[in-house]
Write a new protein. Structure first.
Length: 327
């Protein structure tokens, strides 16, 4: 199927009712239940992919039919896959996007103030009223092949990976959304604070971070040169559980890097994660960074919206603004 260039959207047909393409992830948390929502509307094209690879043809079909909006019924991982697979189809000219939060964390929905019980009918009414908010996805591309990329909203490495793994176990215990974020953050800090020097929660990860001009972010010590403790980046404005470590940072990409697990720093982690760290705390090994792009060399996996991706050399930047329908 031919992929329609993004600039053809200018000739989209005028319809009495907007035509919307709906991608439903049947494996998302909410959609696994017997009372999962159903959709029977002649102005909605429903696609239920079984595999991620099917998304390219589904999105190409939506583009060819010139849909007026795309609804994503799933969690943050489903949104990541849709944006990644659709980047080569829609370019920088996506139709409005509707998020129907059906995942276990739903960080993007929390940022956009979308309730967990938001329905497609309510979202279509909001789209008709023009209620939309823009967000830029993060683009993580291999530096030697920019076409090899993924797109999402929450990126992390180092200790962040262990937090995500713990969060998956928390889901099994029934904790979701802000509750699981708060629990995993607190538990991870406690493990790092009280653990011995050989505890995995206190270990570093081979990691180098450079700004757009090529200057490497300095290392404040506490771990061997070339290792860092945690990296976290996001383009969202409101994070779950009230976390706001990048408060006040400018730039399309905002990032926080912790160099070490020194207990003197971990004692102040609450202030760091609320964006209220003092200059004295920053000097203990905290970097608050904002800019258009960063180069990151990773000796271990990174996590984007809940899924791990392989180590390598990457460029982290921001994609074009996307319009999300909001209540």
């Amino acid at each position: 199927m031919r992929r329609r260039p993004a600039n053809e959207r200018a000739s989209s047909p005028v319809r009495a009712r907007p035509l919307v393409g709906l991608i439903r992830n049947a494996r998302s948390h909410r959609n696994e239940s017997a009372d999962a929502p159903t959709t029977e509307r002649d102005d909605v094209i429903v696609a239920r992919p079984d595999r991620r690879s099917e998304l390219i043809d589904i999105l190409a079909d939506f583009a060819a039919r010139q849909v007026d909006g795309i609804a994503i019924d799933g969690g943050d991982g489903t949104i990541r896959d849709v944006l990644t697979c659709g980047a080569g189809i829609f370019g920088e000219d996506w139709p409005p996007l509707i998020v129907l939060p059906a995942g276990k964390t739903n960080a993007l929905a929390i940022d956009l103030a979308i309730p967990t019980d938001w329905t497609l009918d309510a979202a279509l009414a909001a789209m008709a009223d023009g209620r939309m908010t823009e967000r830029r996805p993060l683009v993580i591309a291999q530096r030697d092949d920019a076409r090899a990329q993924v797109r999402g909203f929450i990126f992390g490495a180092g200790l962040f990976n262990r937090c995500i793994a713990l969060g998956q176990k928390s889901h099994d215990l029934g904790a979701f959304n802000a509750a699981v974020v708060g629990f995993t953050a607190a538990w991870s800090v406690l493990q790092a604070f009280f653990g011995s020097s050989d505890n995995g929660w206190r270990s570093g990860t081979a990691m180098r971070v450079s700004e757009a001009d090529g200057r490497e972010v300095p290392h404040f010590g506490g771990l061997p040169e070339g290792e860092r403790f945690l990296l976290f980046a996001s383009s969202l404005e409101h994070l779950p559980a009230g976390l706001d470590p990048m408060r006040g940072l400018a730039g399309k990409v905002r990032m926080i890097v912790l160099d070490n697990p020194r207990r003197s720093l971990l004692l102040r982690i609450g202030a760091v994660m609320r964006g209220r760290a003092s200059e004295a705390t920053l000097r203990r090994g905290v970097h608050r960074l904002g800019g258009d792009s960063f180069d990151i060399d990773l000796g271990d996996t990174f996590v984007l919206d809940g899924e791990a991706f392989p180590p390598g050399t990457y460029r982290l930047s921001a994609g074009a603004p996307l319009r999300f329908v909001t209540p």
